[in-house]
Write a protein that binds this ligand. Structure first.
Ligand code: DGL
Length: 262
């Protein structure tokens, strides 16, 4: 009987967003789709991302009948959200870099944006900056190796390995003298604690989990109740042959059962 909430990312990046919503709600049923066939998104072109996302979301809707989908990926959201809204009538919640909250807390009006190559170069992101951060210095940093590291190793990596991989980003933001860093890639949320330690207490680290979660909750409340076979939270992939991470183990950590391929 419960409403079904879908989450979509190139891989495991959206799981912390799902976890937030699960923790702050009751009675919803969750479905997660990891785009394992086409991971990663951040180094792909705009037409490639649009085609991949639109096609997979179509299959996700057909298979799981979600009432709402969170595109839990900054890269997919800043690139393909408008195309998705044109193609499908169900509500979507996008995940985009938390520029506005960062401006609100930055004392020096100097902000770091840590995201994928695609997100930092997309016009959607520049529009967000022009609209909400016109009086601020926004320093952007991308590093595709970190996305792959998180996808493949985050639950096996040692603290030393994590510190090593994030060091170039941390050094960049310290050098730029920013006081707030936005985790503008959902994969980077897994690095939050270590990143805070490495950056030190004078630099705030933020992401968009709360804003996105609250937006999803508002929209879900407005959707009428209906009969559905919504029981059981599940994790799916777009290709069982191509699974960069240990998805069966990771989905269990988040209370989802592995449902195979969509
Ligand atoms: N997790 C995604 C994001 O928020 C994309 C990572 C990737 O596939 O490059 O941007």
């Amino acid at each position: 009987m419960s409403k079904i909430v879908g989450f979509y990312d190139s891989g495991i990046g959206g799981l912390p967003y799902l976890a937030w919503l699960k923790e702050h709600s009751a009675g919803y049923s969750f479905r997660y789709l990891a785009e394992s066939r086409h991971f990663p998104f951040g180094t792909k072109t705009e037409p490639e991302i649009k085609a991949i996302v639109t096609e997979s979301i179509g299959r996700f809707i057909e298979s799981e009948h979600p009432d709402l989908i969170v595109i839990a990926c900054n890269t997919a959201s800043v690139t393909a959200l408008a195309a998705l809204r044109q193609s499908y009538s169900i509500p979507f919640v996008g995940v985009v870099p938390a520029i506005k909250p960062a401006v609100a807390i930055s004392r020096k009006k100097a902000i770091g944006l840590f995201a994928t190559n695609k997100t930092v170069s997309q016009i959607y992101t520049q529009n967000l900056i022009d609209t909400f951060a016109s009086g601020c210095r926004v320093c952007k940093f991308a590093m595709p190796e970190i996305v792959a590291f998180v996808e493949k190793n985050i639950f096996n990596a040692t603290q030393e390995e994590i510190i090593k991989i994030i060091s170039p980003a941390a050094e960049f933001f310290k050098k730029q003298d920013v006081d707030t860093v936005i985790l503008g890639c959902t994969h980077f949320v897994y690095l939050e604690d270590t990143f805070r330690k490495v950056l030190g207490s004078t630099i705030s680290v933020i992401d968009s989990r709360e804003g996105v979660g609250n937006r999803a909750l508002d929209l879900l409340e407005k959707i009428e109740d209906h009969d559905s076979d919504g029981h059981g939270d599940k994790f799916f992939v777009t290709s069982k042959e191509k699974m960069p991470g240990n998805y069966k183990g990771i989905s269990l950590r988040y209370g989802l059962s592995f449902g195979g391929e969509i």
